[in-house]
Design a protein around this ligand. Structure first.
Ligand code: TUI
Length: 315
């Protein structure tokens, strides 16, 4: 059994979090991950306060285990979500795409454990000082909104500057990735892309098929010119964004407007032409649909045997 401070802190069996993927991570997926012994998270990004409350209530019906909410701080609903999680006594929050500092006092006062997703050591330090109980160090291999650093360089450097546990994310899809993350000093992992193809994940079939058929070079990051690059699977839409990324005849506002609604079109409608199918570079490793329980058990049994056999290199 792999047990770390994360298991004890969050009341979970396996030190694994499911990424709070917008338009993907609903009550059904979060509850399935929590029932399987990990920490499931509901994405607050695409719901207003009342829709989020309904999703939290639904998750409470589906699992008696701890689950959390991810608050995407660039979302227009972040302020509403910040209040609802307190009212609904959500035990754990992850945050992304910005600094949660202005909400920290209220959340900590309510006894909520806050785990910010961070892209650098400077932000990790600030979050630890602000009262975070752990951080997710997310490398640029991840799907969605990414920072500059990649997992291999980011995770050990974050481990060196904070005393709270570090959860690694970005590029992890199987037991090899989990074992590697632990070797870098992480005490937990967060996976998003693998859970896209979980049986309990309700995204459109086309999205799942795109992940299952992806190869290593099938993702691309666009939107660097806006300061928030987004990694996604290649399709007609992402290729067209990449082509005009540095076209000065198109304003940033117009460029940004092109992306509006595209994540919903991918996840809900399965629109292969104009959808943004966010996924990480590890999509190429993902070849089968399984339940969350099967995934988590397989991942940790593989990680455990790798870690147990790690002395095979020592002569
Ligand atoms: O947030 C994510 N990944 C996401 S959010 C998202 S939804 C979206 N939709 C359209 C455009 C953009 C995004 C899809 N994927 N990951 C966590 C993450 N957080 N990545 C980077 C950061 C981050 C960046 C800056 C965290 C903190 C931060 O702090 C800034 C500061 O000033 O402290």
């Amino acid at each position: 059994m792999i047990k770390t401070r994360i298991c004890e802190m969050l009341g979970i069996e396996y030190p694994i979090l499911q990424g709070g993927m917008a338009w993907v991570a609903d009550a059904v997926l979060a509850a399935a991950v929590s029932n399987a012994g990990g920490l499931g998270l509901i994405a607050a990004m695409n719901s207003n306060g009342e829709q989020l409350r309904a999703e939290i209530k639904k998750a409470k019906q589906l699992t008696a285990k701890p689950f959390g909410v991810n608050i995407m701080l660039m979302s227009p609903f972040a302020e509403e979500a910040a209040k609802v999680v307190v009212e609904e006594e959500v035990p754990v929050l992850t945050t992304g795409a910005g600094s949660p500092v202005k909400y920290m006092e209220a959340w900590l006062e309510a006894g909520i454990k806050v785990i910010p997703v961070i892209p650098s050591t400077a932000i990790a330090r600030r979050m630890a000082t602000a009262g975070a109980c752990a951080v997710v160090a997310e490398g640029g291999e991840s799907g969605g909104h990414i920072g500059e650093l990649n997992t291999m360089a980011l995770v050990p450097q974050v481990c060196d500057v904070v005393d709270i546990p570090v959860i690694a994310a970005g590029g992890i899809a199987d037991g090899r990735g989990v074992a590697a993350a632990f070797m870098l000093g992480a005490e937990g992992v967060q996976l998003g892309t693998r859970f896209l193809v979980a049986s309990e994940c309700g995204i459109h079939r086309n999205y799942k098929e795109k992940v299952l058929s992806a190869k290593d070079s099938d993702t691309i990051a666009t939107g660097r010119r806006l300061g928030h690059p987004v990694r996604q699977l290649k399709n007609e839409f992402s290729r067209s964004l990449a082509r005009i990324e540095y076209d000065s005849s198109i304003s940033n506002e117009d460029f940004e407007a092109l992306g509006a609604g595209s994540l919903r079109r991918a996840a809900v409608e399965g629109d292969l032409k104009t959808g943004t199918f966010m996924a990480g570079q590890c999509a190429g490793l993902i070849k089968k649909e399984q339940t969350c329980k099967e995934m988590i058990e397989e991942i940790f049994s593989e990680a455990e045997s790798i870690l147990k056999g790690a002395d095979k290199w020592i002569k």
